[in-house]
Design a protein around this ligand. Structure first.
Ligand code: SAH
Ligand code: SF4
Length: 452
């Protein structure tokens, strides 16, 4: 999400005559894009700001702007930091060029918008130019998961105009990209309504390429996520389509059928569960039970055999007991997640949990439970990868492996990283790789010519 936002900022600034430089030491203005989801992420940013303050002492002309979620959360408090000249929240990036160019503009812009989607801004991909791109399809979040700060710092949910999304993806494909990941906090609630659409900056109505059947003027039905997915997938069979994040309470079968209908929609779903305990899920305000989550898993297995599933887990949420924790472990065993992102609970100011529930699981217990979750997931990931040894997968070549110049890496459609000798393949090619061995994190194999 932040990579995608930084690319929007880079476009706005490059259009105003600013140039991105390779090395920090060469910069005259430094922007830090920030995340507030966990306290550790914020601590890292504060460490960077201290470094920039030291740089500014030696070089008083250097300027620093803080962007993103911490800007909304901390506002003036950030301006008080000796490094900081501007504080600009996620919905105010259009103001940036004006702020930089003017001595009179206020250094703080953190208002959240009900409509801003940056639909008309073509992200400047710079160093991320290559094979795989992130495309933001919506901003903000309307859920109120008790632990989560996102709705407070990124505002209400709004869906981006599908025409501008399709246009951006077509351009990316023409530029040589071969994979897009559609991004939103809860993509399943993507819904673009033509008639009450108010986005400023959405594609101008005089665009010649807008399909007649979906012009806003004729009050057509809303565009759902499943429909958007199909439209993006139809751009080219050579374009891989991924998306994240799905929410278990909103993930309907229509998305699964859309995935089944298009071979180029990758067969991997990120479906964060957070906890396996109904008590915790209720307290987290997630809007589903363990049984409902397992029903969604069953639907994925039924409609998309072979689809991999990844998840997010939080250990040590407020009042979590050993029994609640055991339920998370048992759910993981039951689902057999292929991959997971795992965190220990970090209380965030002003969230529902911070206001209503004591953060009463000790740090030691949170970390011990997290380590148990990680150990189990390592085993499940290894088992999942071992089950792929001996199989052949189509892999999109993404780049040279970090370990060796002689090897490429890429991912399978099921989102597994695969490393293999280059042979005569090139970045951007689809190759068939026979998997010979694996670790919990990577498949290793070699290119074969046989058909799948
Ligand atoms: N919208 C997505 C992702 C939100 S942030 C979703 O609903 O899943 C990514 C992950 O960070 C979350 O899934 C959650 O597991 C974790 N997270 C969010 N707030 C957290 C907190 N206060 N402490 C620990 N982990 C948190
Ligand atoms: Fe946060 Fe929940 Fe929204 Fe995800 S769905 S961003 S966890 S509030």
């Amino acid at each position: 999400m932040n990579v995608s936002d930084s690319e929007v900022v880079a476009r706005l600034l490059s259009d105003s005559g600013y140039r991105q430089c390779e090395r920090l030491e060469d910069a005259r203005i430094i922007f830090v894009n920030t995340c507030s989801v966990r306290e550790n992420a914020e601590k890292r940013v504060m460490g960077r700001l201290d470094l920039f303050a030291r740089m500014k002492k030696k070089d008083p002309g250097l300027k620093v702007g803080v962007l993103g979620c911490m800007a909304t959360r901390l506002k003036e408090k950030l301006l008080a930091h000796p490094a900081v000249d501007w504080v600009v929240g996620p919905d105010s990036y259009r103001n940036l060029p004006g702020m930089l160019g003017s001595a009179v503009a206020a250094p703080l812009e953190v208002n959240l918008s009900l409509t801003e989607t940056y639909a008309d801004i073509k992200p400047f991909r710079g160093e991320h130019h290559g094979i795989s791109a992130f495309v933001t399809i919506m901003r903000g979040c309307n859920n109120m998961c008790a632990y989560c700060i996102v709705p407070y710092v990124r505002g209400r949910e709004r869906s981006r105009d599908p025409f501008s999304i399709e246009e951006e993806v077509k351009d990316l494909f023409a530029e040589g990209f071969r994979e897009v990941t559609l991004l939103g906090q809860n993509v399943n609630s993507y819904c673009w309504k033509p008639d009450n659409h108010t986005n400023q900056g959405a594609f101008a109505s005089d665009r010649g390429d807008r399909p007649d059947s979906l012009t806003p003027e004729d009050g057509q039905a809303p565009v759902t996520f499943a429909q958007l997915l199909e439209r993006v997938a139809a751009i080219s069979p050579l374009l891989r389509v991924r998306y994240t994040t799905s929410h278990p309470k909103d993930m309907q079968d229509d998305v699964l059928y859309a995935m089944a209908a298009h071979p180029n929609i990758c067969k991997h779903i990120h479906l964060p569960v957070q906890s396996g305990s109904n008590n915790m899920l209720k307290k987290m305000n997630r809007g589903y039970t363990r049984e409902e989550y397992l029903d969604r898993i069953a639907a994925i297995r039924r409609i998309l055999p072979g689809c991999t599933i990844s998840s997010d887990m939080i250990s040590g949420f407020c009042s979590e007991t050993e029994e609640d924790h055991a339920q998370t472990l048992s759910l993981m065993e039951e689902v057999r997640f292929d991959q997971a992102f795992m965190f220990h609970y970090s209380q965030r100011p002003n969230t529902l949990a911070a206001r209503h529930y004591p953060d009463d699981v000790s740090e030691d217990v949170k970390i011990r439970r997290l380590n148990e979750i990680i150990a189990l997931q390592n085993r499940l990931s290894l088992e999942s990868n071992r089950a792929d040894v001996g199989k052949v997968f189509e892999v999109l070549v993404e780049g040279v492996s970090k370990r060796s110049e002689e090897f490429f890496f890429g991912r399978t459609g099921t989102n597994k990283v695969c490393v293999f000798p280059k042979m005569d393949s090139r970045v951007g090619d689809y190759v068939k790789v026979h998997v010979n061995s694996c670790t919990a994190a990577t498949l290793k194999g070699e290119i074969v010519t046989e058909t799948l």
